[in-house]
Design a protein around this ligand. Structure first.
Ligand SMILES: CSC[C@H]1O[C@@H](n2cnc3c(O)ncnc32)[C@H](O)[C@@H]1O
Ligand SMILES: [Zn+2]
Length: 426
């Protein structure tokens, strides 16, 4: 495939824009960027006029089955939201609910330029099936809340790993997901860690999301949630830490020392009034903070361009510093830092030779994107999810001219609506 005459934001560490270039893709790999090459045989040409190419966005923390609970429990703080509304409803979830809710989310993510995500939820084999169908890339993590069925849940993760890790031409990975230090005892956290080690994979966990969580942790363990999991040895393997909102300097030192990847979820943190993570401070210390939407019940969408915008502009206001989290840093959070979170840095997150062809084309011929002074600014502050024209994952076009090629969007909307209504009335 050749993408011809396109402006490229490669996110290759040089913070550059390459104007009017050409991208060649063979199978699932980027094989050439630059001048037209007559020696490369091309089956398919995409015209890049009025378009920007950039790496596909990476949603590093979400609960995609929760789209069935969108607009269902709003204007509540996290603790009440979870305990009074979400958990009682999730207790009635079926595998089919999660399948259709997850497909609905995949449609929304593809349409908004997200090519990969890390999901923590229930019935994760259904999310795996959806991933195979949609052509997206994803990390499946079966969320583990400790109760009398805890051992069975760990066994389910082992099964999930056996059945899905590496599937879809390597597009699917599996990690272990103890939900949070406040829902898992120290012993269970250690069991989860042991399993991740046995499977040679990573951990995905919520950490330090609210002030209450941190205060409770000090009362119970005499330390912060991050110091707590550190002392348990949990951070000795690759760990994705969702939220990390209420972190002090000691926590930040641990994050840096252990290579924990924090995932900022600005939309969800703002809506649940959890606070705002000190991402500027962490980024300046060289910590590759990634970006996520959280579930669409607390956000209420899966729009990564909105998160990129929020991560940048809210930090500026919070820090009273317009230079804080500049556009390029926010774009890195949604791309290359996400690849680091998913432990896929060698494969995705930037458009470079040898990397997998996971990229998106943005239509810049829109009134709200004129004039085209600064492409990086435009991507962070102006581009809307609806400006995404084409989505390519693993070298395959899964959306072209906004038409999704892999999924039946009308059927998915119908089935998701039906399952959502059934679920809340069950
Ligand atoms: C056990 S599967 C994952 C579990 O997490 C819940 N959840 C969704 N959003 C959040 C959040 O912001 N903090 C903590 N937990 C969250 C979800 O409803 C599932 O029960
Ligand atoms: Zn979450």
């Amino acid at each position: 495939m050749l993408i011809k005459n396109i402006d490229l934001v490669p996110i290759n560490g040089k913070d550059e824009v390459i104007r009017n270039t050409n991208i060649y893709i063979k199978d699932n790999e980027i094989i050439h960027i630059g001048e037209i090459r007559d020696d490369i045989e091309v089956e398919r040409i995409i015209d890049g006029k009025h378009k920007i190419a950039m790496p596909g966005l990476i949603n590093s923390h979400t609960h995609i089955g929760m789209s069935l609970l969108r607009n269902f429990a709003d204007d509540l703080p996290l603790h009440d939201w979870l305990t009074k509304k979400i958990w009682p409803t999730e207790a009635n979830l079926t595998s089919r609910d999660v399948y259709w809710g997850s497909l609905l989310s995949m449609v929304e993510m593809i349409q908004g330029g997200t090519t990969a995500f890390c999901d923590m939820y229930f019935f994760m084999d259904e999310v795996g099936n959806g991933l195979e169908e949609s052509g997206m890339r994803g990390v499946l993590t079966r969320g583990l809340i400790e109760d009398e069925g805890a051992k069975r849940k760990l066994d389910e993760t082992r099964e999930l790993f056996k059945n899905y890790h590496g599937k879809g031409n390597g597009r699917i990975k599996v990690m272990v997901a103890p939900h949070a230090p406040y829902t898992c005892s120290p012993d269970f956290l250690k069991e989860s860690f042991k399993l991740a080690k046995e499977l040679n994979t990573g951990i995905h966990i919520h950490l330090s999301e609210t002030r209450k969580e941190v205060e409770d942790s000090f009362n119970l363990h005499g330390k912060s949630p991050i110091r707590h999991v550190y002392d348990l040895g949990l951070l000795d393997i690759h760990t994705i830490g969702a939220h990390c909102v209420h972190v002090d300097d000691d926590d930040i030192e641990i994050i840096k020392e252990k290579g924990l990847i924090p995932v900022n979820n600005p939309g969800s943190n703002l809506k649940l009034a959890s606070g705002f993570a000190p991402i500027d401070k962490m980024l300046k210390k060289g910590i590759p903070v990634a970006l996520g939407t959280d579930g669409s019940s607390s956000n209420n969408n899966l729009n990564m361009f909105e998160e990129i915008n929020l991560a940048s502009i809210v930090n500026k206001a919070v820090n009273l510093d317009a230079v804080s989290v500049p556009a390029i840093e926010a774009l890195k959070m949604g791309t290359i830092n996400g690849a680091k979170a998913l432990d896929l840095e060698k494969e995705i997150g930037s458009i470079e030779l040898g990397k997998k062809a996971d990229l998106i084309l943005i239509d810049t011929d829109k009134p709200h994107l004129y004039p085209h002074h600064n492409i990086i600014s435009s991507l962070a502050y102006g581009v809307q999810a609806s400006d995404v024209d084409t989505v390519i994952v693993d070298g395959k076009i899964i959306m072209e001219k906004r038409e999704i090629k892999t999924l039946d969007v009308e059927k998915i909307k119908f089935m998701a609506e039906k399952h959502a209504k059934d679920l809340v009335n069950r």
